[in-house]
Design a protein around this ligand. Structure first.
Ligand code: SF4
Length: 424
């Protein structure tokens, strides 16, 4: 059997797409091996959201080339799209598959190395025989919000949505193998709109259909732009059921002046109002976020605004990013580029603020019992872990047979990223 290996960088959508590619190659008779093992085809599904992501994409190609010197190297994802946009060539010998054709990678491989498929014994398309506790399901692609620091609108296709009926079928297949949670992923998921025979279906309609799948998994949104959080969406979340009470709302900055320069469609007060509304309508809702430090022109006062909003919003978790110059974006040309050491210092200070907010939320979480999708934990045969519905990570003692199921726990303490809990 020909062998294939895959390396994925970047977002949940990339992870999902690699998962689909893996199953497609298996369906065409390839054996999928871990990266670093000898393979005939090595695929890198790359990312270009930061300079660091691009460096790692090149590094992955080099490592795969060393571990399989005779393999066909395939590069897909956002990095080659960025190079093409900038008119730069790739300084590594790889077959480039454009993002729009990514799911057809096997066809590109067949054209480049017909001998590999000649030796393969196709099997019926591999399906998700085994499930993960939390299965990512891509429902949307592309974005047209054009934030001034972001290259994604250049590297991914224009906004598209997966047909609602197909998503319902996919979640139905996951329900059939007992998957307890699906994470809906997209580049800008709030733009979701499927125009099928049943008429237009937008994000809330899709969520309601997925929550109605018999014996189906609970449904979590991976991320949603603040401007796409409607009262109807909060209402559906407040009704409980399988729609996880968790909103990942990218803030990016707490300074309204910086938000305007970023081209973000809200100011700091509007963002805080969305958080307040969510807490009022959905008691116990988990709010998480992304915040960027060091955007061009960011002053100490702007940074203090970010700290204030992170405190006031009461996030469970805040991912903190240092601004990374993206060639071809408006922000790359802006004056007042912030020095790396200043970005580092601000990132550390904001992390401390976010940790304080997390500690407050962890304390509040002790009041109630929480439903957790159980995952295996490293560090002992009877240790388990998982996320609550409102996205607190917990660890607790229990039988490994519980992995892949939903259980109820009570938080007993802990700090940092993982809280201690006991089975109820
Ligand atoms: S919303 Fe903004 S940051 Fe997010 S993908 Fe779209 S352009 Fe990029």
């Amino acid at each position: 059997m020909p062998k294939a290996s895959f390396v994925t960088l970047g977002c949940k959508v990339n992870q999902y797409e690699t998962d689909r590619l893996r199953r497609d190659f298996e369906g065409h008779g390839f054996e999928v091996v871990e990266p670093g093992f000898a393979a005939d085809v090595c695929v890198v599904n790359s990312c270009s959201v930061t300079t660091e992501a691009e460096r790692k994409s090149r590094g992955a190609l080099r490592r795969l080339q060393r571990s399989s010197p005779d393999a066909l190297l395939v590069l897909t994802g956002c990095y080659p799209e960025m190079l093409r946009r900038l008119g730069h060539g790739l300084d590594q010998n790889a077959l480039v598959v454009p993002n729009r054709d990514k799911m057809d990678t096997i066809r590109f491989v067949a054209e480049a190395r017909p001998d590999l498929l000649a030796n393969a014994c196709p099997t019926s398309a591999a399906h998700r025989s085994s499930h993960r506790t939390r299965a990512v399901v891509k429902v949307q692609d592309g974005c047209n919000l054009n934030c001034t620091y972001c290259s994604i609108p250049f590297t991914r296709p224009a906004p598209t949505s997966c047909p609602a009926a197909e998503v319902v079928d996919e979640v139905g297949a996951l329900a059939a193998v007992g998957c307890p949670e699906v994470v809906l992923a997209g580049i800008c998921i709030g733009l979701y709109r499927s125009d099928g025979s049943e008429g237009p279906v937008e994000l809330l309609g899709l969520i309601e259909r997925l929550c109605a799948v018999p014996n189906g998994p609970r449904v979590r949104l991976s991320s949603i732009e603040p401007v796409h959080v409607s009262d109807a969406l909060l209402g559906a979340m407040a009704r409980g059921g399988r729609f996880c009470p968790h909103l990942h709302l990218p803030l990016q900055s707490g300074s309204s002046r910086v938000l305007r320069a970023m081209g973000r469609p809200y100011d700091a007060d509007a963002f805080l109002e969305i958080c307040r509304r969510a807490r009022t309508v959905v008691p116990g809702v988990g709010l998480t976020t992304d915040v960027m430090v060091g955007f061009p022109g960011e002053t100490e006062e702007d940074f203090e605004d970010s700290c204030r909003v992170v405190r006031e919003a009461g996030f469970h978790r805040a991912h903190i990013f240092r601004y990374s110059v993206r060639p071809g974006t408006p922000a790359a040309e802006m004056p007042g580029q912030v020095r790396p050491e200043v970005k580092d210092a601000r990132a550390h200070r904001l992390a401390a603020v976010a940790e304080e907010a997390h500690a407050e939320q962890a304390e509040a979480a002790r009041r109630d019992a929480h439903e957790v999708a159980v995952e295996p934990a490293s560090g002992g045969a009877d240790l388990l872990t998982g996320y609550t519905g409102n996205y607190l990570r917990v660890r607790f003692a229990g039988d490994q047979a519980l992995v892949g199921s939903l259980v109820r726990v009570r938080v007993t303490g802990g700090s940092g990223g993982v809280l201690d809990a006991v089975l109820v």
